[in-house]
Design a protein around this ligand. Structure first.
Ligand code: IVH
Length: 700
């Protein structure tokens, strides 16, 4: 779904967005970035950014959406309540919504939380009792008991409705099938808890699975949430799930009267639940009466995290008193009386066993460390990029070294340091290769660059990477032409360079195992479609060092055919604003290689567009344009032309299109059903407001 380079682009964008104030025209990108991180977290199980960073980005999104200047996209993460609902289980409605928790990361955040509680409860300078628990990293479960019998269990689902997993919950040994709630005057109770798997059990289980050739679980959390949703309860049993209860959410007597308040506090409720046979996350001294002390308890959990036999990703601080909890209430998202304290990224030590040298699409050699697999903040890490030779020298790495690796929330795992003091003499110095591991060409490195490069354009490894990039979403966007297809066709010798993509023998592909007629047809039509891509896409897809999407666009606008570049001199390039000598040098080098020109000729021959299309040509601003120097914005539905056409006309007449109403806006053109933008512009009083007809008159 997200190829490597797209992932990188989105990751880079995230970093950029984290650093700055967002503008409305970045809204769509922000939606894409957040959806990507959700996918990394929930589907790919390999988050690239910390929860905190995700939260920050999410807040930026909500801020943009609340300004009412952007049309909220239907795929915005704000439009979704995260859900694990499927059609496999019957859906049930929770009696009380199963909420999430707000996050905190330091004492300051907790201080704010404490302040807020005092405000909500009018307890300015009185003591407030806080209860601290581990935040277990598994799957949320609700349990309903009626008449002392477990009658229903459900997953969190979307918070309001969950999946009925009663049969599976009964297969979890730590879930009492009956409990004497009646001893406490309770007729019906709803409990909340977390299904988890012991770390040691998980490791053992994974080893067994590996031996049997089964797919191993990514992490204990996945194994647990998957275990809750097995079709056959026997399979749930097999997973060895445990269920910890962390909340008595609801309790009434035979008449439906609330019993919860009479239990007074969360700590009391937990004592009762424990006495009724439930497993609860316990430790001495969980109750404190200052937020500082609660913070210390959180830190304590963090320090001892590794000694605990279940995965925990934080601690939870709860207002203990039920009356106070009630006073605090909840938002749609989380209770105001509880907060999660999230732990820092994890570090681990492992052994650097080998180094693999990967050849990139522009010939750069990247050393990748192979380490003994370790479990780190939710994923198993076995290879880590070492970037370049200098990194290896700076960190003084040797083969066989014990190394400290970290998976800080914000980046992919990296090596923090080696431990020279732990060397026993068997460690070996790392000799960076002098020759390309694929084609054996002598590697080169210029002084201003960190990477060693293979400059052989015929290098197999490079060609393969270039083709993978060429067909990817980022480049020519050939739908369905994934990396595995490229590798397969490359191995078979069917594609040796980019041009071969357009000269495939579809009959032969159809004979391959796993290729039906339908997939061949789809591939063919996706390739045919890509042939018509605009010139800037083609330029970008060639993997010319330093030539990115933006520069490709700028250059493409200045030429009629890709072959024009054969004649281009440095000045031609550097005359273009934003194109510097480095891009110039690299593009010139590329177009100086005969093999590249041959390849481009073949592309042309196979029908790939190498020309500048009319629609992509830069707009020529008319002499003495009426809108010159003005900013303009179109809102509402235009009747006589499309939005794009209108913007294009405005540009031709010297205006600059912007996307938000602010003091910077000069002209607002309003179509039908104009909404908040019109109101805002009217309120500003500085914006010229035109109808569509007035706009047309103005420019003609
Ligand atoms: S209290 C009304 N306590 O964390 C909110 N939640 O991020 C009740 N979790 O959905 C949550 N350990 O599945 C609470 N000791 C604990 C927890 C805990 C894990 C999970 C829970 C919740 C999620 C929120």
């Amino acid at each position: 779904m997200y190829n490597k380079s797209l992932q990188k682009t989105l990751f880079d964008l995230s970093k950029e967005f984290l650093q700055k104030d967002m503008s409305n025209n970045e809204y769509q990108d922000l939606v894409n970035v957040l959806n990507f991180h959700e996918w990394k977290y929930y589907v790919d199980n390999d988050p690239l950014i910390s929860d905190k960073e995700y939260d920050t980005l999410y807040e930026k999104l909500v801020a943009l959406e609340n300004q009412n200047e952007v049309a909220v996209l239907p795929n915005s993460p704000s439009q979704r309540v995260s859900s694990d609902l499927s059609s496999q289980f019957e859906t049930v409605t929770h009696w009380n919504p199963m909420l999430s928790l707000a996050n905190s990361y330091n004492l300051e955040d907790l201080g704010e939380f404490d302040k807020q509680i005092r405000k909500l409860t009018n307890l300015e300078d009185k003591k407030i009792a806080y209860f601290v628990e581990p935040k277990l990293d598994g799957g949320s479960v609700s349990l309903v008991y009626e008449n002392d019998i477990l009658v229903r269990s459900a997953t969190r689902g979307n918070g309001n409705e969950g999946e009925n997993i009663t049969a599976n919950a009964k297969a979890i040994s730590s879930v009492p099938l009956s409990a004497k709630f009646s001893d406490h005057g309770i007729f019906r109770a709803e409990l909340r808890g977390e299904a988890v798997i012991e770390k040691s059990f998980f490791t053992r289980k994974n080893k067994e699975r590996e031996k049997e050739g089964l797919v191993v679980f990514a992490n204990p959390r996945n194994a647990a949430t998957g275990g809750l949703r097995m079709k056959n309860p026997n399979d749930t049993k097999e997973r060895g799930l445990d269920l910890f209860v962390f909340q008595l959410a609801y309790a009434v007597d035979k008449n439906g009267e609330d019993v919860l308040s009479s239990l007074e506090s969360h700590s009391n409720a937990m004592i009762i639940l424990e006495s009724l046979g439930f497993k609860i996350p316990k430790k001495e001294n969980q109750l404190t009466d200052t937020i500082e002390a609660a913070f210390e308890l959180c830190k304590d959990w963090e320090i001892n995290r590794e000694n605990y036999n279940y995965e925990i990703d934080g601690a939870v601080v709860k207002v203990n008193d039920f009356d106070l909890q009630k006073k605090c209430g909840s938002t749609q998202h989380h209770p105001r009386w509880a907060i999660a304290f999230k732990f820092k990224a994890k570090q681990a030590t492992t052994t650097l066993s080998d180094i693999e040298y990967q050849v990139g699409k522009t010939g750069a050699i990247t050393p990748v460390a192979k380490v003994d697999p370790v479990h780190l903040a939710g994923v198993t890490v076995s290879s880590i990029s070492l970037h370049n030779e200098e990194f290896i020298m700076q960190k003084d790495l040797r083969l066989g070294d014990k190394v400290l690796i970290e998976r800080a929330g914000d980046v992919i795992p990296y090596i923090v340091k080696s431990f020279p003091e732990l060397r026993d003499g068997s460690q070996k110095k790392i000799d960076f290769p002098k020759h390309c591991p694929s084609c054996n060409t002598t590697l080169e490195k210029s002084d201003d660059q960190a990477a060693w490069r293979c400059q052989n354009l015929q290098c197999d490894a490079q060609n393969l990477q270039r083709i993978i990039y060429h067909v990817s979403k980022e480049a020519m966007n050939i739908d369905g032409f994934g990396k595995s297809y490229v590798e397969k066709f490359f191995d078979l010798g069917w594609i040796k360079d980019i041009s071969d993509v357009y000269n495939l023998d579809y009959e032969k592909i159809g004979e391959l195992e796993g290729f039906g007629q339908k997939s061949v047809d789809n591939l063919k039509s996706a390739i045919e479609k890509a042939k018509g891509n605009p010139l800037n896409k083609l330029l970008n897809s060639l993997s010319i060092h330093h030539l990115g999407k933006k520069a490709s666009k700028l250059i493409a606008q200045q030429i009629n055919s890709v072959f024009d570049l054969v004649e281009w001199t440095e000045e031609n390039f550097t005359e273009i604003k934003d194109i510097g000598p480095v891009v110039a040098e690299n593009v010139m080098w590329y177009f100086n290689q005969e093999s590249n020109i041959d390849m481009l000729n073949r592309l042309n021959e196979y029908g790939v567009n190498v020309l500048q299309l009319e629609a992509d040509k830069p707009k020529v601003v008319k002499e003495g344009a009426v809108l010159s120097g003005k900013t303009i914005l179109f809102t509402g539905t235009l009747q006589k032309m499309g939005r794009k056409e209108a913007q294009s006309l405005a540009e031709e007449n010297g205006a600059r299109n912007i996307s938000a109403v602010s003091s910077k806006l000069n002209i607002l053109v309003v179509g039908e059903k104009a909404g908040s933008k019109l109101k805002k512009a009217q309120a500003l009083g500085t914006v010229d407001i035109l109808t569509e007809d007035e706009f047309i008159t103005l420019i003609s």
